[in-house]
Ligand binder design. Structure first.
Ligand code: ADP
Ligand code: ASP
Ligand code: MG
Length: 417
């Protein structure tokens, strides 16, 4: 008998028909002789709708109350799924994050799992139930309800799989697996049979929504067998594992993009030791993540530098910088949003010079200007104007030999992000 964690995303349970299909699939897996723990997300666009409703009441709602609100979405799903399973003759019990023993730290909206105490899950399984756990939520030491960040149900599933010692964690979604890029953007994207944890982590961190980055981190550190597959088809999915076979001649495994990037520049900064520490220290203290940083040459003792933040953080970042003008004198700031970051990822890049040059060439051939660049051994990212995103991704996909003739399955409408 195997112990399996099956996770279903929002679009997989978005309608009563889809909920029923999922319930049948769970029962099938149980009848094969397996014990089943299910993690489920909020139905369809529920989380987005809740956020929109809250913003209509208060554009800056308190983070604690946002988590209280958003966790409702998953609580609806678990009860609905348990009822559906009961309705087709199965046995299921639903659990909120805290009932499932999902303990987190206290940072609302982006909390981290600190411990899992799954005794109630084991009890439910022993009594022959499918145990259904609400994704994306937990409880802090202070007894507060918390969430793990958008897309966090994947992380609940993988962390739970590690905690209960599951044989495999299956992530069921609305595409057939992990593709060379988002198949909604490139129709002839290639489905990957397998991908290494490191490459997947990089793709997820760089914007590939198919897996939550922290889920991949958990899988890697706890050696969880992770499979991404479709809840709509029976096709084989993608295995995420320690080492993945490199296809011959493929240096770039995938292309990811982040659609919500803003650039901030600070011009005419007095070039004295400690300036960068002051600026980025202040941003970090205000919970703002900074991504690419570029400093240009110093002239007359003054430097200019630019960095990127999430578009959502742009205004807050500018006001933080204005707030430290006394400690860090500068001439002016400048900012730009509506930018995207496109990244190529592949473990083979490190031993292949010229991979980045090919990226710059492909982008410039389209007449698109590259605003910022950042590289590491396994990826190269370029910031460009958002209008150019689709043509740039398609052109890079072809340039790195990733196109395939095969038909891509994309089930259901894209979720709003
Ligand atoms: P779920 O609701 O099941 O968690 P998500 O919307 O979070 O689903 O993730 C699945 C989506 O991820 C797909 O519909 C696809 O548009 C997007 N995606 C982005 N990059 C990739 C990729 N490299 N491979 C597969 N899907 C991707
Ligand atoms: N419902 C949450 C979200 O929409 C969590 C998830 O789907 O993973 O972000
Ligand atoms: Mg998701």
């Amino acid at each position: 008998m195997s112990l399996i964690v099956m996770k279903f995303g929002g679009s997989s349970v978005g309608t009563p028909e889809r909920m029923l299909r999922v319930a049948n699939r769970i029962m099938e897996r149980q009848k094969e002789g397996n014990e089943i723990v299910v993690v489920v997300s909020a139905m369809g666009d529920t989380t987005d709708d809740l956020i929109d409703q809250s913003k209509a009441l208060n554009p800056h709602p308190p983070a604690r109350e946002m988590d209280m609100l958003m966790t409702v979405g998953e609580q609806i799903s678990i009860a609905m799924l348990a009822m559906t399973i009961d309705g087709i003759g199965g046995k299921a019990m639903s659990f909120t994050g805290w009932q499932a023993g999902m303990q987190t730290d206290n940072s609302f909206g982006k909390s981290k799992i600190t411990n899992i105490e799954p005794s109630r899950i084991f009890k439910a399984l022993e009594a022959g139930n499918v145990a259904i756990v609400a994704g994306f939520q937990g409880v802090s030491d202070a007894g507060e309800i918390t969430t793990l960040g958008r897309g966090g149900s994947d992380t609940t599933a993988v962390a739970l799989a590690a905690a209960v010692g599951a044989d495999v964690c299956e992530i069921y979604t609305d595409v057939d697996g992990v593709y060379s890029t988002d198949p909604r953007v490139v129709k002839n994207a290639r489905k990957l049979d397998e991908i290494s944890y490191d490459e997947m982590l990089e793709l997820a961190n760089l914007g590939a929504a198919v897996l939550h980055p922290r889920a991949v981190e958990y899988a890697k550190h706890n050696n969880v067998r992770l499979v991404v597959r479709s809840s709509f088809t029976r096709n084989e999915g993608t295995s995420v594992k320690e080492e993945a076979i490199m296809e011959q001649g493929i240096v770039v495994r995938g292309i990811a993009f982040d659609k919500n990037v803003a650039r901030i520049s600070i011009m005419g900064v007095q070039d004295v030791p400690g300036v960068l520490a002051n600026v980025f220290g202040a941003l970090a203290n205000n919970g703002i993540d900074v991504d690419i940083i570029v400093q240009s040459g110093v002239q007359d003792g003054k430097a200019d530098f630019s960095f990127t933040v999430s578009g959502t953080d742009k205004d807050k970042a500018i006001s933080v910088i204005e707030g430290i003008r006394g400690a860090v004198p500068y001439r002016e700031t400048d900012s730009e949003d509506g930018l995207v970051k496109v990244s190529i990822v592949g473990a083979g890049m490190v031993s292949n010079p010229g991979v980045a040059a090919k990226m710059f060439e492909a982008i410039s051939t389209l007449g698109v200007s590259i605003k910022m660049v950042s590289t590491s051994e396994i990826k190269c990212s370029c910031v460009i104007a958002s209008e150019a995103l689709n043509e740039v991704v398609k052109s890079l996909h072809t340039a790195y030999g990733l196109d395939t003739e095969e038909q891509v399955f994309v089930g259901g409408p894209a979720e709003r992000r």
